[in-house]
Ligand binder design. Structure first.
Ligand code: ZN
Ligand code: ZN
Length: 369
């Protein structure tokens, strides 16, 4: 996170404006990405309640925080949004403190545990709703600086993909390859490997496979989906598919159709378009190639401080694209028991179209084995 009070004051203002538009009187933001977005700090107080209570109409927010967690970091976080810390000690009913601070329609961030949400709902007089429509909508539209953070994260994960020939070898297990990939992700200065999928042969047909002890064989197709965050918290997420030796004609043909579907989906991205149209571009293209049944998930997800966050690129989704939105475009084809292929780039909506933040080769890369 940077230390600019300006950006955090701006975010708070945008969230307040949106809350008022939706007829919300108070926001209760719990630990998690929403808190990190607003205050610039990740604050985790485990089962003890930390909550930023924001009056939509104005006036200082209050940061309800366990007294033993009231560190310099937490004070800095509070100062960025002009919040008054309100420490509470063990034995105090922290939820009651929050109840005393809110009135009217209260919007609660999605990450607030049920442990606190249920008593909060019972304690307040007014209606309790999810803050998703408030905060997610603001978070979905990135500033140019945020887009550059995502571009930098993408550049680093692309550099790991560029070295894949060192990691994927015939005779190595997926797990061994995954360990080398993890080290390469960390060497790029990403804080850690958030996830590493090495789906070889039939394992490639499981979109959420991780790694296994399966030995990579000559002739395998291997799906590699990897990502990790920058120290600022902005994520990377990129999939490429590799072939251990020249692939058979049916695989090469299906992969070419996948590449075309992904290209058409990226071309559908521009301001004013409903995000469901992006999904439809990929889905209809694969259907036309006779592969529609093999594409079994949505086309993508938003990305930022969260790895998966709104907007979602799903059939029929109505979110209208705006400049600054960032999300993955990742159609796949999955042939159970045989192989899978996926192609994923993070893209940013520009003033008149689409910028792919991942720029590595998108074809089925043949590795020597
Ligand atoms: Zn991915
Ligand atoms: Zn993804």
């Amino acid at each position: 996170m940077n230390d600019s009070t300006g950006i955090h004051a701006h975010r708070l203002g945008a969230v307040r404006d949106r809350a008022r538009e939706l007829g919300i009187d108070h926001l209760v933001v719990s630990s998690g990405e929403d808190m990190a977005y607003l205050t610039g700090e990740r604050i985790d107080s485990h089962e003890r309640l930390t909550a930023l209570v924001i009056p939509a109409a104005g006036g200082a927010p209050v940061l309800v925080v366990p007294s033993l967690e009231l560190t310099d970091t937490v004070r800095r976080a509070a100062a960025r949004v002009g919040a008054e810390p309100q420490p509470w000690s063990d034995g105090t009913d922290a939820v009651a403190l929050v109840v005393g601070l809110v009135s009217g329609r209260v919007a609660v961030s999605g990450a607030l545990p049920a442990l606190h949400l249920v008593p909060l709902g019972q304690g307040v007089d007014g209606e309790v709703v999810l803050a998703t429509d408030v905060i997610d909508a603001v978070r979905a539209v990135k500033t140019p600086e945020e887009v550059e953070q995502l571009a930098e994260a993408a550049r680093r994960i692309d550099a790991v993909h560029a070295r894949m020939g060192e990691f994927l070898r015939v005779g190595r297990t997926e797990r061994e390859a995954g360990e080398l990939i993890t080290a390469a992700i960390e060497a790029e200065g990403l804080t850690h490997a958030e996830f590493v999928i090495v789906g070889s042969g039939p394992n490639g047909a499981d979109p959420h496979h991780g790694v296994s002890d399966r030995v990579i064989e000559a002739g395998d197709v291997v799906v590699v989906d990897i990502g990790g965050p920058l120290p600022s918290g902005y994520h990377s997420d990129c999939t490429r598919t590799y072939a251990m030796g020249e692939p058979p004609a049916d695989v090469a043909e299906a992969y070419a159709a996948l590449e075309e579907a992904q290209r058409l989906a990226r071309e559908a991205v521009r301001p004013g378009v409903a995000i469901g149209e992006v999904d439809a571009a990929a889905r209809e293209s694969l259907a036309a190639a006779g592969l529609g049944e093999l594409f079994i998930h949505r086309t993508g997800h938003g990305i930022g401080l969260g790895l998966h966050e709104p907007p979602f690129v799903a059939p029929g989704a109505t979110t209208v694209l705006e400049e600054g939105m960032t999300f993955s475009v990742e159609p796949g084809v999955y042939v159970p028991g045989h192989w899978g292929g996926r192609l994923e780039d993070i893209v940013a909506v520009t003033a008149d179209g689409c910028r792919a933040l991942n720029t590595g080769p998108r074809g089925l890369t043949v590795l020597g084995g």
